[in-house]
Design a protein around this ligand. Structure first.
Ligand code: TMP
Ligand code: ZN
Length: 414
């Protein structure tokens, strides 16, 4: 039985997917045999309340010089990161000449705002191709995995940080104790550590089963983050919800005793206790709902294909790998998936091997239905592809439920 990455107690999965590919490992059609598969399963540690993957993939398999995800592919995310930088800068207003470190800076979408304001910064990211993009923008970046040892080196080379920031990164790192140890060493005495990740409460509320994949090792709750922080002399002092990636929480931490926690921390923890996030029942129910959504999505698609209708996908997201393979879909059902990312185009999706095409291909080959795999960018994509609907095309979505037809834009849009 796997053991908890936080407290080492044994964990049992509440949802197992069987053998799955790596969600961002797009396949070169010339070399389809090179794919890596592993047992994707997610469990709750009833000891410390942390939700996590039961089997982990080595970091180097996922974060390398051909990392498929570039953060700057959406207008909504660019807007979000500008606001994120402004939030951190507000919290640094009293600091003269601050130093900001970002863990997992990708193509520099967040650091750009700090750099534009003349703020001393350092990005750390293990994926060479996205680091090259950040360097091209004139940002200071070091290609490395963040760890306790690395953090100590940064502190001695550059001094301690006034802010350490991260977005969709901390939940990716299995060696969570090394990360928090590193933060503890690198963060100045009055510094702030800010990170945001998909929120387990939002994943359960919307049955977003596709958030589960190899790179998402942890599915944090406020209670879990507070507990992990405490293990490293840090304290959770504030929490703020974010309407990206289907519902995230932004966590603010300082050295223990440096700031009185806001009322929001206690409120979130109380809400989590009331909704049973630390117990197994909520997760068993989630797994049941996820199975029903999978069956319904598959039936919805298969039925239409059988009657001669054409179906494509939109957004070759990492999330789509989970739902596509979980629902047993392939190129026989989904003709292609449109995606704006040049490095994904011309490749095949992981496992299912559905071809990825540029959005122009979508526009010249409108299907009858398009599955919105980038459902977290619904507003942006539906606006951009309004002509698809005008000429009679219909969107299929599956979060929070399977719907066919123009779905109502929800509030939680990037
Ligand atoms: P994400 O949900 O992890 O942000 O991934 C979004 C994916 O969808 C990424 O591969 C880029 C793609 N995408 C498009 O192709 N067109 C768009 O308009 C948007 C917003 C995203
Ligand atoms: Zn645990």
């Amino acid at each position: 039985m796997p053991s908890c990455l936080v407290c080492e107690r044994p964990i049992e999965p509440f949802l197992s997917f069987g053998q799955m590919p790596l969600a961002d490992a797009f396949v070169d059609p010339a070399r389809p045999a090179d794919e890596f598969f592993f047992d994707l399963a997610i469990g709750l540690c009833e000891g410390c309340g942390t939700v996590q993957l039961c089997e982990r993939v080595p970091d180097a398999y996922m974060f390398h010089d051909a990392y498929a995800y570039y953060s700057s592919t959406s207008v909504g995310m660019r807007r979000h990161f500008t606001a994120y930088a402004a939030d951190v800068r507000r919290r640094l207003h009293a600091v003269r000449a601050p130093f900001v470190v970002e863990i997992g800076c990708n193509d520099g979408i967040l650091l750009e705002s700090f750099a534009a304001a003349g703020i001393r910064h350092l990005g750390i990211d293990p994926a060479g191709n996205v680091v090259a993009e950040a360097v091209r923008k004139g940002l200071h970046v070091q290609q490395a995995f963040f760890s306790a040892r690395m953090a100590a080196n940064v502190a001695s080379a550059h001094g301690r940080a006034d802010a350490i920031v991260a977005a969709n990164v901390i939940c990716h790192v299995a060696d969570i104790h090394s990360v928090f140890d590193g933060v503890q060493r690198l963060l100045g005495p009055a510094g702030i550590f800010v990170f945001e990740d998909p929120y387990i409460g939002a994943i359960l509320d919307s049955t977003a089963v596709d958030q589960i994949y190899d790179e998402h090792v942890f599915y944090f709750s406020v209670s879990a983050v507070r507990r992990i922080a405490e293990m490293h002399g840090l304290e959770l002092v504030d929490v703020a919800p974010q309407a990206v990636h289907g519902g995230e929480l932004r966590y603010y931490l300082r050295h223990r005793g440096a700031q009185t926690p806001s009322a929001a921390v206690a409120d979130w923890i109380e809400r989590e206790q009331a909704t049973g996030l630390a117990g197994p029942r909520a997760y068993r129910q989630f797994a049941d709902r996820a199975g029903r959504i999978r069956d319904e999505l598959r039936a919805t698609i298969v039925r239409r294909v059988a009657s001669g209708q054409r179906i494509a996908g939109y957004g070759a997201t990492a999330k789509s790998s989970t739902i596509i393979n979980y629902a047993g879909l392939g190129p026989g059902e989904i003709e292609f998936i449109a995606d704006v990312t040049p490095t994904k185009q011309g490749k095949l999706t992981p496992g299912a091997h559905i071809p990825v095409r540029p959005p122009e291909h979508f526009r010249s080959h409108y299907p009858d239905y398009a599955v919105l795999f980038a459902w977290n960018h619904e507003r942006e994509i539906r606006e951009k592809e309004a002509a698809f609907e005008t000429q009679g095309g219909r969107w299929i979505t599956y979060v929070p439920a399977v719907t066919v037809g123009p779905p109502a834009c929800s509030a939680s849009q990037a």
